[in-house]
Every structure is written in C-alpha cells, then in structure tokens.
Write a protein that binds this ligand. Sequence first.
Ligand code: PMP
Length: 424
Amino acid sequence: SRPNSRDRALRERAAAVIPGGMYGHQSVGLLPDDYPQFFARAEGAHLWDVDGNRYLDFMCAYGPNLFGYANPEIDAAYVRQLGLGDTLTGPTELMVRLAEEMVALVTHADWAIFCKNGTDATSMALSTARQHTRRKTIIRAKGAYHGAATWCVNRPAGTVPSDQAHQIFCDYNDVASLEAAAALAGDDLAAIFAAPFKHDAFIDQADPDLAYARKAREICDRTGALLIVDEVRAGLRLSRDLSWSRIGVQPDLSTWGKCLANGHPISMMLGADKAKKAASQIYVTGSFWFQAAPMAAALETLRLVRDTDYLERLQTLGDRLADGLRERASAAGFGFRVSGPVQMPLFLFEDDPDLRKGFCWSSEMLNRGVYVHPWHNMFMCAAMTEGDIDAALNAAEAAFAVLKQQGPSLEPVAKMSFLTASHR
Ligand code: PMP
C-alpha cells in the first residue's frame, strides 16, 4: 500500500495543537481511513500528498480549482498584483473593473459586493433581503448547505435556538412544500434561498425542476420577498452566467465564491437594482475583503471563462467519465448511480446503506492514484485531459473488480452509522 508515515506523523502533531486535529469540510474524519489528510503540492489536475503520492483530483479543492492548480496565467496576474499591492488602506481600480465585468457576465446582476468566503456572501444576502423587505422569515430547502455561520450550520454545538429563528424549511423541487412554506411565512417572508440544483451530501443530486424554480420566482414577485440563488458551489462550472439562466429564471440576489479566482480568496454577492439600496445600508466588511491580488486573479479567471472553451470541455470530459463509469459498473454487475451535472458528479452504489461499497471502491481508486469522494459531489477542472479520464476509467474497472471480490466480506462502516433512511 501507499506510504503514509508523514501524514500519520502530522496528524499526531495536529491533534496536539489543532482542535480535533482538523475541522470542517476538508477533514477526512468521514472518509475511508486511508485517505490522506495533508498535501504538499498541486499542479493542473493533480495533487500530491505529504508522502509523495500523486492523485488525479476529482475534488478540485471542493470547487475552487476550475482551470487547474497553479494555472500559469491566473497565478501570474495574482503575483503581478502582489508586487504592486494587495491588502491596502483602500481598494484598487480592480474592484470596479471586477464589478463591471460580473455585471456584464451575469444577466440578473446590476451590482456586486465582494467578500472572502461563500458564507460571507450568503449571510450578506440574508441581511440584504431582511433590510429590503423589513421582514424576518426565510425559506430554504432541508439539507441544502449555505455555509458555516450560526444561522445556517446544521450542527447545534455552540449555537442557540434563536440563531436559526425565522426560518422555514421546504423540500427542494417540491412545489407543494414550497407553497406550504410560503403560506406559513404569511406576510413576513423576506427571502427564498435556492441552490441552483440539488447538491446535498449522501444522496443523489437532482437538476432543478422548472416548476419549482418558477414557483419560487412567483412567490417572491407576489410577496415582495427576494429570490436568492446560492451559486457558491456551482458558479461558472455549469454556465457563463448564473446557472438558472439555462432554465430562464432570474433571482434578485446571487452568491458566489469557490472558483471565482481559481482558488484565490474572493467571493461575492450580485444583485438586481431593486435590492441595491438595502445592500448599501447593511454593514458588511472585513480586513481582507478588498485585497487586490485575488481580484486580479478573478479578472484573469473571467477572461478564461469568456475566451476559452473550458465549459464545453468540462461537459465533454464529464460525459466521458459518467458514461465510462456506468458502462464499467454495469459490466461488473454493480448498480452504480452517477447523479447531477456531469461537471459536478456524485457517485453512489445501489444497496449501500452504510457506504461500505462506496468506501471500498473509493479506496481502491485512491490506491490507483485517483482521488474520488464516496458521498460528496465532485468537481471537474479544465486542466483534465481525455487521457486523465481514461486513466480514471481504467482505475475504476480494476476497483470494481476488487469490490466484486471483496464485496461479500466487507465490514460495516461504523463511522457512517449515522446515515438514516432519508439518506438512502
Ligand atoms: N453555499 C454553498 C452552496 C456551498 O457549497 C458552500 C461551501 N461548500 C458555501 C455556501 C459556503 O462557502 P464557504 O465555505 O466558502 O464559506
């Protein structure tokens, strides 16, 4: 098996000085035991762990890597701006250019506010909607992720019940449950939050239902509430516009982050004119929110978005991966579901309630130099090649064969025992 002594040593040192040894979405606590926690470097579509093992990386940093790690053009723009000035007493002209370019790119947007993390943007959207409507209640979908602030975390530790007051939950893509939530909100509805497609963990992904998206728009138009689409995860991977542009539904606010500057720290909220005044009234800021170098990187990323066929390539590569996996799974006799947009696929095995098949198969992929995730959606990047996909498919064929052999003797995955029937 792969060397892992450096990773193990770092985990031990981390446990002494970092709470839990690691935290948040990049903790490998809920991944198979052999997944590395610490990495040393990355280039293009590949990632090297601290023990020198190389992986074709289908997580892309959980989204930020869109054009390849260490993309030469984007990083050159970043480094050039670092030399001129980054965190200053005020912003540079890049902030205005970036806002102009986003407004030109995204149909619904008339203005932009920049920040650092997706959570900054979603929290700001919540405040903007409450200020705009002078109401409190928001509707959002059960199981949808909007960040790590106390209003939206799904772990109660450290929060008080009032942190999540004035929220009503509905089922994504279920028009009746959306209408029922709106009826409950009555005349206090400030906003409806929507993910651009259903991308919850542990369950199949789903495209947005047109009737659901239209109903959300209609309720907001009727009540004066704001429609917010949270593009943090999907933005720029499915479209050169907001992803709901493809179904013709425009929100009032949208939130973006992740790959906006191909991994450099910047996120944003975009909005329509009607919410501009409210957005100018809320107090939002941060010591690093006006950094110029990530803005330079974002401008270069946008240039590549406009001037290259990256989106079409992601689609082609994604189709090649999804089709190839389905073929190989079925040849090996496995029910294997690839769900969601092919640029952001999620893999789940049939009849796998505690993910023992998913864990075994993913570990076998890892052993063959392919980093996949057993229960979270993955991300394609434009630095991947047809050859990379074919290498992943060869690894998958071998991994299915091992799983077939080991299947009957696989142990239950204890750390997945929290998964309930609703996850299946
Ligand atoms: N919204 C969505 C849909 C996300 O996927 C994420 C991050 N996974 C966030 C918000 C929060 O973004 P961040 O982690 O940058 O705060």
